[in-house]
Ligand binder design. Structure first.
Ligand SMILES: Nc1ncnc2c1ncn2[C@@H]1O[C@H](COP(=O)(O)OP(=O)(O)OP(=O)(O)O)[C@@H](O)[C@H]1O
Ligand SMILES: O=C(O)C1=C[C@@H](O)[C@@H](O)[C@H](O)C1
Ligand SMILES: [Mg+2]
Length: 188
């Protein structure tokens, strides 16, 4: 169960979740710019700390080590910061602790994409995502649909099919501003 922590909604971190390659990093950066906030990409931060790409972390230290570090990094970051835009890695929301901290302290935006549209993204990401290595398309499809169960826990979902990153970012900003005005209206 997630704790109910009273952070003013206008100060909450905005967290982007969704399957790998859906656009969390690309769109998160744009959302941060549009809201004048700092941007944190969890994968990029982990790469900076280990000083090697994630593919190499998987090869040299193993997925288990990556997942442990990823979970701790997100729990610490979400517990200790406010007013950030944070893009998670595609597998991060599978950790229960990550779901709990994000849903209790942040606004969680789920970027969705149909399987048909996602397949067109595959060539762009296949080499840099270790989870996709040595898998058939059928196996990847199974992971794609299985992970939707975890992503189903969110505050707002945006379907990104056929939409350029700028348009998706604008629609996220619009939906966030609507939530801010609803739950913490400015008083004159
Ligand atoms: N809305 C979009 N339309 C077309 N291409 C996109 C869109 N969003 C992202 N892309 C492209 O898809 C690829 C993957 O995007 P990105 O790295 O942002 O995904 P991600 O969700 O952060 O993936 P991961 O979970 O692996 O970190 C990039 O080449 C990016 O340019
Ligand atoms: O979906 C996943 O399991 C992953 C997605 C990437 O963002 C990286 O976090 C890593 O490649 C694992
Ligand atoms: Mg990313």
């Amino acid at each position: 169960m997630s704790e109910n922590i009273e952070i003013p909604i206008r100060e909450k971190n905005i967290v982007l979740i969704g399957f790998m390659g859906v656009g969390k990093t690309t769109i998160g950066k744009l959302v941060a710019q549009k809201l004048y906030r700092d941007f944190i990409d969890v994968d990029e931060e982990i790469e900076k700390i280990y000083k090697i790409p994630i593919t190499q972390i998987f090869k040299e230290l193993g997925e288990k080590e990556f997942r442990k570090f990823e979970k701790e990094f997100i729990v610490n970051t979400c517990s200790q910061t406010k007013l950030k835009v944070i893009s998670l890695g595609g597998g991060a929301f599978l950790h229960e602790e990550v779901r709990n901290v994000c849903l209790s302290r942040c606004i969680v935006i789920y970027l969705d994409l149909s399987w048909e549209s996602w397949k067109e993204r595959l060539p762009l990401i296949i080499d840099s995502r270790p989870v996709l290595q040595n898998k058939t398309l059928e196996e990847i499809e199974e992971i794609f649909f299985k992970r939707r169960e975890a992503y189903a826990l969110h505050n707002s979902k945006i379907c990104t099919n056929d939409l350029p990153p700028e348009t998706v970012a604008d629609s996220i900003v619009e939906s966030i501003k609507m939530a801010w005005d609803l739950y913490q209206p400015h008083r004159e």
